[in-house]
Design a protein around this ligand. Structure first.
Ligand SMILES: [Zn+2]
Length: 366
């Protein structure tokens, strides 16, 4: 089975493999050890862009950095669902005696402006300004003096994968310019960049930075062709619980946080069609709408997750049929729930669309 010709099979096989790895004694113990050594909870607010995978870019095991995805990395704590989830995250961290690091990110390409953020019209200044606004909103909502929540503005350069940490004013630290710096040097740099941040929190940030140094060195050694630096997504992933994908540049990911989240689905559909038209992905392979809702407990938690996944699938399919009709003929759909204890994707069978413009496929894998 090739990943490009059977996207559904590829995704299900990928999930089975990643779930097995996630549940393996070694990986489970490594995560617990990592948590014990680096207790800060880390949230990453990111664009839906498939090239942004902070776990991969920082060589951090899946399950440590908690991602939230939306077009352009645009979020607002005033969105009821998003505000509730973040509040739950912070309350959980506080109950465990842990601080929360919130990475408010934007992305850009140093090689070509047009490999930057489509969600901001390739305007890196606008993308950075939005990340800074969001960081300030976190400070306003959670306070700046009590050490529980630390919003940090981080740029992600997608050609090499280097992170850029922003401090006060114009101060910044570009990891791509410090790929060989030793840990003492990095510690000193971060101490200057974030004078108010406690040492314990810096200790939790440094493994991510060191992992990013390694990633940038690897990317430079690989000398990737330009096509690999551009959009190559075939999958529109809608919902939450996708960290098991762990694949850069294959899926555009949209969480249902913005009350008008379906607009981002239409934009994602346009990006996938453009990827086909410009032959960055083979058009005969088609596109995949992958929909997921996470749950932690069997019973009602899973029951509601099933309803969420079905709702998201129908809305996403409806907006694609209305606004990106060219994609419907090539679109397969895979809907399910993800058990966050195992990262196993439970396929929902016999999903049928009311829309006459397209049909959801039924997959009897489970
Ligand atoms: Zn973007």
């Amino acid at each position: 089975m090739t990943e490009t010709h059977d996207l559904v099979g590829f995704i299900l096989e990928r999930n089975a493999m990643q779930s097995r790895e996630f549940c393996s004694p070694g990986a489970a113990l490594a995560r617990r050890l990592y948590r014990a050594q680096h207790p800060s909870e880390i949230i990453a607010l990111k664009c839906m862009d498939g090239r942004l995978n902070l776990s991969v870019m920082t060589n951090t095991p899946p399950g440590i950095i908690k991602p939230y995805r939306n077009i352009g990395g645009k979020f607002d704590l005033g969105w009821p669902f998003f505000g509730r989830l973040i509040l739950d995250d912070v309350e959980y961290s506080v109950s465990k005696g842990r601080p929360t690091i919130v990475l408010s990110t934007y992305h850009f390409s140093k090689g070509d402006t047009h490999r930057g953020c489509a969600g901001h019209g390739y305007d890196t200044h606008a993308a950075r300004t939005e990340a800074m606004r969001l960081s300030c909103q976190f400070t306003d909502a959670f306070g700046s003096k009590y050490e529980a929540v630390w919003p940090l503005v981080v740029g992600i350069e997608t050609d090499e994968g280097g992170l850029v940490f922003h401090g006060a004013g114009e101060r910044l630290l570009d990891i791509a310019a410090h790929v060989d710096a030793d840990v003492e040097h990095l510690h000193t740099e971060f101490r200057h960049l974030y004078p108010a941040v406690p040492d314990s929190l810096l200790e939790d940030l440094l493994p991510i930075v060191i992992g990013n140094q390694r990633y940038v060195r690897d990317m430079r050694a690989q000398k990737r062709p330009v096509i690999d630096l551009e959009h190559r997504e075939q999958i529109i992933a809608v919902g939450r619980g996708f960290d098991w994908l762990h694949l850069p540049n294959r899926a555009l990911m949209i969480g249902p946080y913005d009350p008008q989240w379906e607009h981002a689905v239409a934009v994602a559909g346009g990006i996938v069609i453009n990827n086909m038209n410009t032959k960055r992905i083979p058009s005969e392979c088609g596109a995949l709408l992958l929909v997921s809702a996470p749950f932690r407990a069997i019973g009602a938690d899973q029951g509601v997750a099933i309803e969420k996944a079905l709702f998201l699938a129908h809305e996403a399919h409806r907006v694609l049929a209305e606004q990106v009709p060219a994609i419907i003929g090539t679109l397969k759909t895979l809907v399910g729930t993800v058990d966050m204890n195992t990262r196993h994707f439970h396929v929902l069978k016999d999903v049928v669309f009311a829309s006459s413009l397209g049909s959801i496929e039924s997959h009897g894998n489970e």
